[in-house]
Ligand binder design. Structure first.
Ligand SMILES: NC(=O)c1ccc[n+]([C@@H]2O[C@H](COP(=O)([O-])OP(=O)(O)OC[C@H]3O[C@@H](n4cnc5c(N)ncnc54)[C@H](O)[C@@H]3O)[C@@H](O)[C@H]2O)c1
Ligand SMILES: [Zn+2]
Ligand SMILES: [Zn+2]
Length: 393
């Protein structure tokens, strides 16, 4: 089959790889009809490269049709239309029972000290072949696949694999009080969807980015947007719009590739130029994240407010302004999204004919796998109006 594979920093290729086969009795094989490209893939494309293996299949936002099933997959049937969560989880361990599927004790990658395995996400997360491919082996298929109705286009449901539950969790974790103001940092797919969810629930939302078409899309849905190329002190600007206090809650939907951290950016560049065998141990010990967005979040949140980190950070010892965080009495919440935890809450919005979250207009590009190298490049550089790419194998 054809698949998008990793070959080095900013080097993805579309290659023939062996078709996946059933390995366990609770596996299924899904023929992929749509597969998203995510901001998390950009970390693998750039900063997290040291943890990738040459030829690893990328991608973790799959949707498709069940083609084959093992003998222990419950009521999953060949021909079912399914979305598959980005994390691999069993549904019956203690963590899954708490709704903490990203900590699943059946799939935790213990030799790396990490939580649940993820599709297409480096050695840190189990090096499981990913979903930007024609077919995907789905482990834990007695629990993983989310069955969706026939009829509506894929995009109605595809974003249940990652974007929707991630944005939803970031919003729930932000715990915006009634009549409160939410500030969202970053208007990539995750930040923008978090804005849509908060607006749909009637909240006032401010948001920051530097990419004109991303700002415009959010503004079109009633978000008060701040262009970071023009506003040099986001905290001040937010306070000036919130009676001097700051936002009740802030979602950081930027993560480790943030703009505005010149020192860490230089560090990341030097780091990226080093041979891989040297950089993986450094990454485990050092702080290589660009912390600009977190610092902005800590500054712009009001005293006693909540910061919800949904952007991915990867270094082990980034310095944080602990003095300010403690003094401001911040509530800090974070983590990978527990996809299954939120599906039942989100589904009614997807089966609503009015499509209140605008899923059908969310993707800006639908392309074949063959265009993956260009799509990655455009998404990273934010060229060609690229906000959300969906591969259609
Ligand atoms: N926790 C999870 O489960 C989960 C799931 C999916 C994605 N993510 C993470 O969420 C983050 C966003 O993903 P995405 O797909 O939206 O990616 P993206 O890269 O398209 O979006 C990031 C946005 O942040 C903006 N930005 C950069 N620096 C900024 C700054 N200092 N202040 C404000 N905005 C800034 C960029 O211009 C860009 O629009 C990534 O870190 C990704 O890894 C987390
Ligand atoms: Zn993702
Ligand atoms: Zn589990």
């Amino acid at each position: 089959m054809k698949a998008v594979t990793w070959h080095g920093r900013r080097d993805v290729r579309v290659e023939e790889v062996p078709d996946p086969v059933l390995k366990e009795s609770n596996d299924a094989i899904v023929r992929i009809t749509s597969s998203g490209l995510c901001g998390s893939d950009l970390h693998l494309y750039e900063t997290l490269g040291p943890f990738m293996g040459e030829g690893d299949v990328l991608g973790h936002e799959p949707m498709g049709i069940v083609e084959e099933v093992g003998s222990e997959v419950g009521d999953l049937k060949i021909g079912d239309r399914v979305v598959v969560p980005f994390q691999i989880c069993c549904g019956h361990c203690w963590m899954c029972a708490q709704g903490l599927h990203t900590q699943c004790e059946t799939t935790q990658v213990r030799d790396q000290g990490m939580g649940a395995a993820l599709f297409g996400f480096s050695k840190l997360y189990g090096e499981v072949p990913g979903a930007q491919a024609e077919y995907l082996r789905v482990p834990q298929a007695q629990f993983m696949p989310i069955k969706v109705p026939e009829g509506p286009p894929d995009d109605r449901f595809l974003f249940l694999s990652d974007v929707l539950p991630t944005a939803w969790q970031s919003f729930v974790y932000a715990d915006v009080p009634k009549d409160g103001t939410l500030l969202v940092l970053g208007l990539g797919p995750i930040g923008e969807m978090a804005c849509r969810i908060a607006r749909h629930q009637g909240y006032r939302v401010l948001a920051v980015d530097r990419v004109p078409e991303r700002l415009a899309r959010a503004a079109g849905r009633g978000v008060e947007v701040l262009d970071m190329r023009e506003v040099d002190d986001v905290g001040e600007e937010v306070r000036s719009r919130t009676q001097g206090r700051g936002a009740d809650a802030v979602i950081d939907a930027v993560g480790m590739e943030a703009h505005g951290s010149p020192v860490a950016e230089l560090g990341q560049r030097i780091f990226n130029a080093l041979p891989k065998r040297l950089t993986a141990p450094i990454m485990n010990k050092a702080g290589l994240d660009r912390m600009a967005a977190i610092y902005t979040a800590i500054d712009a949140v009001r005293r006693g407010g909540t910061v919800s980190l949904i952007g991915v950070y990867g270094g082990q010892s980034d310095p944080l302004p602990m003095l300010t965080m403690f003094d401001k009495q911040l509530q800090l919440r974070m983590g990978q999204a527990n996809v299954k935890r939120w599906v039942d809450d989100i589904m009614p919005l997807l089966t609503d004919d009015a499509d209140p979250l605008g899923t059908e207009d969310f993707a800006t590009h639908r392309v074949p796998l063959a265009e993956a190298p260009t799509a990655y490049d455009n998404f990273q550089k934010k060229q060609d109006g690229t906000i959300k790419v969906v591969f259609q194998p």
